[in-house]
Structures are given as C-alpha cells and as structure tokens.
Design a protein around this ligand. Structure first.
Ligand SMILES: *Cc1c(COP(=O)(O)O)cnc(C)c1O
Length: 290
C-alpha cells in the first residue's frame, strides 16, 4: 500500500510503500469511500451526588438504529450492501460545557447557496456524509466573521438548523400569540434528543403555544421589525442550549435580541435540563449507570 502522511506542521511526508498492516479498519472500507457510516453523540454526567447518569439514552439508541437502517440500504454505483460492520465507542472526557456566566451568544451566517439536507436525503439521520459536506460552509461563515451556519432550505428560505444544532424561536407569532417554534421533522431536520426534551418540557409547562412549524427568513425579518422576537437558540447535547445574537443575511446584520430578553426561556431550559442531567432533580429521563 502506498501511504503518504500529511500534517499542518510539515506538509506532505515522503511517500512509502509497505504491506498493508493488520488494521481493524481496512483502508478500502466502504465507510471511508462512500461514507456508509453513522455515529451518535451522547454524554454521561457525573452528578452532584457523585453518581453517573445518562440522559434519555434510549432515544439515542433508537436514532442509531434508524441511522443504521438508512446507511445500509444498498445504494447505486455498484456499491454492495455491507457484509461486515465495526462499532467503536470512544469515551472522552468533557469538562462542564458551561460555567455560569459563560453563556455566550453566537452569530450566524445565513446564505441559501449551501444546503445541509434535502427531501429524500439523509439529513434526519446521523450519517457521516451529512457533516463532511458542511465543513466548507462553516469555514466560509467564519471568514465572514460569523461563528456558525444557519442552514436555509427552499425558495422561501426556511430556517432549518444551526451548525449541528436544532433551532428554536421564541416569539410573538403572526397571530399575536407567545409561541416557541421549531421546524417540523419532515426529513431534513435531525431529530435531536435535546429538541425533543425542550418540546416535552414546554408542552408540559403549558404556558405558551409550542409548535413544530415552518419559519422562513421573511417571517423572522418581519417579526424583528415589529419587535416580536424574544429569544432564538440552538439546542444539542454538546451545549444543551446556545443563545443566538446575530444573523448575517443578504449582506445585512440582523440583531436578535436574545440576550436583552434575559435570555429567560433559554436559561430556564438550560437550568431544567442540567438539573436533571446532574441529579439535582429526580427524573425518569436520567438513567443511573451502575
Ligand atoms: C446531533 C445533532 C443535533 C442535536 O441532537 P441531540 O440529540 O440533541 O444532540 C442537531 N442537529 C444535527 C444536524 C445533529 O447532528
């Protein structure tokens, strides 16, 4: 096998040819060439009582099973259905993702020229191919001084997800009602465990309307002009919730007043979910690891 290594520090190394080592992942594996690959992201939390908890792990396992079914469909290009698979579980320590006071809002770049997922595609599964193809857009966002991509979809510029997080808007809607809105699971949205948990909590509180509905950029800009936007945030296992303060769209910086509004609701979800994850509050969403 011809092997040439590359690193940022020294660039391409000398090429060398040597027999194929006995690697557990074969370099010709279809996971590398055709991205027949899937992953999950789940955290374990060491609670205030020293016990370790998982958060709704069966939701991750169900999603993993759905991704696996989608990834092993025999595709075209003469690629055969895999006959072997390999499962890795990488255990890596993460510090507490947020220390109180470091609840930093992010800025987003919204441009329809890149699309994260599409109808009939795999955007609703955690398949590697969805992510590799998004890095180029992420880099362009950063060159434009934004931290993450706000993924749009369709001619009407629907708001779908932010980076690799689901998206929530808390606003006064077109009918004058307080509403927490997130796009529906129509095939292009990744069904996040955090997303589901936020919807479950908010529906249980019953204090405002909770909707899985489409939101377009023109809905958002109209609401901003009429001062109807309260908070906007991303949601995912990594950060739990992440407030949004700015969107660069069609060359204009839209200010999102999330931080000016507390952010009350975003903080409430953060506290509620982390209380359950760290064992400050009893909940059947927390599963003890013995
Ligand atoms: C993983 C992921 C999320 C968040 O899912 P969680 O289960 O809440 O961590 C949202 N969007 C995308 C694209 C993702 O890959």
């Amino acid at each position: 096998m011809l092997t040439i290594e590359w690193s940022l520090a020294s660039g391409w190394e000398k090429p060398y040819i040597k027999p194929l080592e006995n690697l557990s992942l074969h370099p010709a594996s279809s996971s590398l060439h055709y991205a027949i690959e899937l992953f999950e992201g789940m955290k374990a939390y060491r609670g205030v009582d020293g016990k370790i908890r998982l958060f709704r792990p069966t939701l991750n396992m169900d999603r993993m099973a759905r991704s696996a079914r989608r990834a092993t469909l025999p595709p075209s290009l003469g690629v055969k259905k895999p006959t072997k698979a390999l499962l890795y579980v990488i255990l890596s320590p993460v510090g507490p993702y947020f220390a109180s006071g470091s609840f930093n809002p992010i800025s987003l770049w919204a441009d329809p020229k890149y699309v994260r997922a599409w109808k009939g595609g795999t955007g609703d599964c955690k398949l590697g191919g969805n992510y590799g193809s998004s890095i180029y857009a992420q880099q362009e966002a950063m060159e434009l001084g934004c931290q993450q991509v706000l993924w749009l979809y369709g001619e009407d510029h629907q708001i779908t997800e932010v980076g690799t997080m689901n998206l929530f808007l808390y606003w006064i809607n077109e009918d004058g009602e307080y509403e927490l809105a997130t796009p529906p699971l129509d095939g292009i949205i990744l069904p996040g465990v955090t997303r589901q948990s936020i919807l479950d909590l908010a529906r249980n509180w019953g204090e405002f309307k909770v909707s899985e509905r489409y939101i377009t950029m023109s809905d958002l800009t109209a609401a901003l002009e009429e001062n109807r936007v309260k908070e906007m945030f991303g949601a995912g296992t990594a950060c739990i919730v992440c407030p949004i303060s700015k969107i660069l769209y069609k060359g204009k910086h839209l200010h999102i007043p999330t931080m000016e509004n507390g952010p009350q609701l975003t903080t409430r979800f953060l506290n509620k979910l982390s209380d359950i994850q760290y064992g400050r509050e009893d909940s059947d969403w927390a599963v003890l690891v013995s």
